[in-house]
Design a protein around this ligand. Structure first.
Ligand code: TXA
Ligand code: MG
Length: 337
């Protein structure tokens, strides 16, 4: 790949094959998944994996998810697989679920951050699957891929978002906007029992249906997950959660201070002319999640002093969205990491 004009390429079969060769050569490729775009490297090549951390500006001890072409590859990467983990894999793979399991020797310290566990996911997106299959034909065993954004920033849901965040990346496969728009659900098994580390594309009710009971929620003893740090998924512009009934007075106060607010609203209507600084979010949680990161990036780009996000319902269907909104609006100094 030479020349920036060719960095973003359509996910045609020929380009997918070319991308698999780039991966086999130890370089990085960004690719679409059903959740968000991933920044991929050969998971078995520590030098290639190191390039992910350099490109993202991510601390090197943060573990990555290894993406697999099919559930049959699971035993190569994980051992002592609890029955609940097998049941979740069976129910939701390919799909937006990541399992944290005891690792085999296939999982190097570079991908696990030196932990005894490895994060594994079989994605459902046609391009991701085609890339994993093409890479497997070249001898690849798995693609390590975090979300393809700069560390701490909003995850990318389009190829354009990736190009903006990672301008030096050699190849970005464009498979259109991601269907789900928020990351995978992460379930770990620290003592053989399921623990929800990150809500995401697979809903809590879906997990309960398979597990027969809710998973334990991650506590202070949970394995570290950078997506679970307080101030993740953040805009550059400070963002705040505002209850629907408080929006009007919040806006009035900011206006009185001569501040320009940008708003992501769901039910509230604009009291005056906000031009591009007012975005209306969908009513339904799935559609809301689909648009969320693109909306945050758009509001972040228009030079406002603050982004006000109308709080969403405190209901199970909104669990993953609420989690992302709370992280996007928390003070970076809350990070213990
Ligand atoms: O939907 C997704 O999961 C996307 C797409 C690209 O697959 N990937 C993604 O990756 O969100 P990333 O790196 O941004 O978030 C993965 C999370 C991180 O918070 C990481 O710390 C956690 O998974 N993780 C990975 N391996 C882990 C392990 N062994 N123990 C605990 N957490 C782990
Ligand atoms: Mg991420």
């Amino acid at each position: 790949m030479n020349g920036r004009a060719h960095r973003v390429v359509q996910a045609t079969p020929a380009n997918v094959d070319a991308a698999a060769r780039v991966l086999a050569g130890g370089e990085l490729v960004a690719f679409p998944t059903e959740t968000v775009y991933g920044l991929g490297a050969d998971a078995s090549n520590p030098d290639a994996v190191a390039r992910i951390f350099a490109a993202k500006g991510r601390p090197p001890d943060h573990p990555l998810i290894v993406h697999l072409p099919s559930t049959t590859s699971l035993a190569e990467w994980a051992r002592a697989i609890p029955p609940e983990a097998a049941a979740l894999a069976e129910a939701f793979w390919p799909g937006p679920l990541t399992l944290i399991l005891p690792r085999t020797q296939a999982a190097h310290d570079s991908v696990t951050g030196g932990q005894d566990s490895v994060g594994l996911r079989v994605p459902a997106h046609a391009t991701a699957r085609a890339l994993l299959e093409a890479f497997a034909k070249l001898g690849g065993r798995g693609i390590a891929a975090p979300s393809a954004n700069r560390y701490g920033h909003v995850s990318p849901t389009t190829a354009h978002h990736v190009a903006v965040d990672l301008p030096d990346l050699a190849m970005i496969l464009d498979g259109g906007p991601c269907a789900l728009g928020i990351e995978s659900t992460i379930v770990a098994f620290p003592r053989g029992e399921p623990v929800l580390l990150r809500p995401g594309g697979v809903g809590l009710d879906d997990l309960v249906r398979v597990l027969g009971k809710p998973p334990r929620m991650a506590g202070a003893d949970a394995p570290r997950a950078s997506g679970t740090l307080a101030s993740h998924y953040a805009t550059r512009t400070p963002a705040f959660l505002v209850a629907p009934r408080a929006m009007a007075s919040e806006l009035a106060q900011r206006q009185a201070r001569d501040e320009r607010a940008a708003v992501l609203a769901r039910t509230v209507t604009p009291p005056s002319d906000f031009e591009g600084r007012w975005l209306r979010a969908p009513q339904e949680p799935g559609a809301y999640a689909h648009d969320l990161y693109a909306s945050l990036r758009a509001l972040d780009a228009n030079g406002a002093d603050a982004i006000l996000i109308e709080a969403v319902p405190d209901a199970p269907a909104w669990h993953a969205v609420r989690d992302r909104l709370i992280r996007a609006t928390s003070d970076p100094s809350d990070d213990s990491d």
